[in-house]
Design a protein around this ligand. Structure first.
Ligand SMILES: Cc1cc2nc3c(=O)[nH]c(=O)nc-3n(C[C@H](O)[C@H](O)[C@H](O)COP(=O)(O)OP(=O)(O)OC[C@H]3O[C@@H](n4cnc5c(N)ncnc54)[C@H](O)[C@@H]3O)c2cc1C
Length: 417
């Protein structure tokens, strides 16, 4: 693998950028693998990387129906934080956050993790009580989160409209300073490159159309648009398409798929120093390194498999943004797009073995899984390699919806990301 360093970049810059190599191979599928990962998003690629790097399983293929990172991984607004309420969620998201902190070094690829702080605004008494409860719960789990007064919010993020006449005034906010953003494409590319260097085959334009099972029930391989491929173990990480793929093995999951949108403005000079989220009026915003304001909207009300959402959802989000930051009324929006998110009844993920021997699933990250990418990949790799859950992902079973041991972040966190 070509190594990146300050010296190699300088040398390339001075010699006309002629020596760059392909960052990963484009291999033909082999007849069989020890493990097949279905879905070349960040979670699938991270799983393959950790299987090879930490668990010694290198005969692995990642099958992606389009191009890697072309799903939600390349479409999201990249908010990273770990200040979730329940111990189980705090455990998995904090595991991810710790991995983010050293990820560029580990992959030798700049994923542009930027811990610029995530400020979650409170607009009513319920928000204040709920966020203060989060602050206390997070501290008990050793996770940073602090309460800011409206004046402190303004000091941390000067463009905010604090104290003006607002339909929903800002009454304070919860700030996780270690939270922030990363560059989504770089995350997919960095994992792909590092996994490829360890021998993982990344096979794009290869849609899985069937999952084959032996008469005794265990998986034996997949059918794809590029032929049949054998595998003893299959990990499905297909986000909004998970229920469709799992149906191929006869497994039903409690998932619904919704379009979720985001949009960006024209680029402007650096003006917005952190990430701001407001669940009550539903908007979240940060500034990209190019200068665009990156704005997240909500999910459509109805389930769908389209990767575009309703215009009224975007309009509603812009109403909220203009109230939060009145100066942005003059910004022009450049483009909007949609992803396809898979949502469980308790809004927490499933990272687990399934009732079918050799079949594993990682899904249900809904509107907030980008931040979990490294942690999710690491624990899923461990689950596949050892054929038993890691202690961090052990609570995130399918059976919790039957047994009632739900991890109800929907009601508790009350935030989209
Ligand atoms: C607009 C938007 C904003 C978001 N904002 C945030 C945010 O700020 N912070 C955050 O933490 N999360 C956010 N999310 C959620 C986050 O993007 C996802 O939870 C996360 O990226 C899921 O990663 P993944 O690798 O599981 O899925 P994906 O990246 O969607 O990867 C799944 C892959 O599976 C492939 N696939 C599907 N079916 C098949 C098949 N049959 N055969 C082969 N391949 C198949 C797809 O093509 C896709 O590439 C947002 C999502 C959207 C859409």
């Amino acid at each position: 693998m070509q190594k990146f360093s300050a010296l190699s970049l300088l040398r390339a810059g001075l010699t006309g950028h002629v020596g760059w190599q392909r960052q990963w191979r484009s291999p033909e599928p082999k007849p069989g693998y020890d493990v097949i990962i279905v879905g070349g998003g960040g979670h699938g690629l991270a799983t393959a990387y950790y299987l090879a790097s930490r668990y010694g399983v290198k005969n692995v293929a990642v099958l992606e129906k389009g191009w890697i990172g072309g799903g939600n991984t390349g479409r999201n607004t990249t908010i990273i934080r770990s200040n979730y309420l329940f111990d189980e969620s705090a455990g998995i998201y904090e595991h991810a956050l710790k991995l983010w902190e050293g990820l560029s070094q580990e992959l030798n690829y700049n994923v542009m993790y930027s811990p610029r702080g995530v400020l979650m605004l409170a607009h009513n008494i319920h928000d204040v009580q709920s966020f203060k409860r989060h602050v206390h719960a997070n501290r008990l789990n050793g996770i940073d989160n602090e309460w800011l007064s409206p004046e402190e919010c303004k000091e941390f993020c000067p463009p905010l409209n604090v104290g003006g006449s607002m339909r929903y005034p800002i009454l304070g906010g919860a700030l996780q300073r270690r939270g922030g953003t990363a560059r989504h494409d770089a995350v997919a590319w960095g994992y792909a490159r590092a996994a490829d260097a360890l021998g993982v085959d990344i096979i794009e334009n290869c849609e899985v159309t069937g999952i084959r099972r032996a008469p005794t029930g265990e998986v034996v391989g997949v059918d794809t648009t590029r032929g049949s491929i054998n595998a003893k173990r299959i990990g499905v990480v297909a986000a909004g398409n998970t229920s469709t793929v799992m149906n191929m093995a006869g497994v039903r999951l409690p998932l619904e798929s919704f379009p979720l949108q985001a949009l960006v403005s024209e680029p402007v000079k650096p003006i917005f120093p952190c990430v701001v989220m407001s669940n009550t009026i539903h908007a979240y915003i940060s500034q990209s390194d190019k200068g665009e304001m990156v704005i997240g909207a909500g999910t459509d009300v109805y389930t769908s498999y389209t990767q575009r959402g309703g215009l009224h959802i975007v309009n509603h989000t812009l109403d909220a943004i203009c109230e939060l930051v009145p100066a942005f009324r003059r910004l022009r929006m450049l483009r909007n797009w949609g992803g396809l998110v898979d949502v469980t009844p308790d809004r927490s993920p499933i990272v687990a073995k399934t009732p079918v021997s050799g079949l594993y699933v990682n899904c249900g990250w809904g509107t907030g899984g980008f931040k979990a990418t490294p942690g999710s990949g690491e624990v899923f790799a461990s689950t596949i390699a050892k054929d038993e859950p890691n202690k961090i992902n052990a609570p995130f079973t399918i059976e919790r919806f039957r047994d009632g041991a739900v991890i109800d972040e929907a009601a508790a966190a009350a935030v989209a990301h």
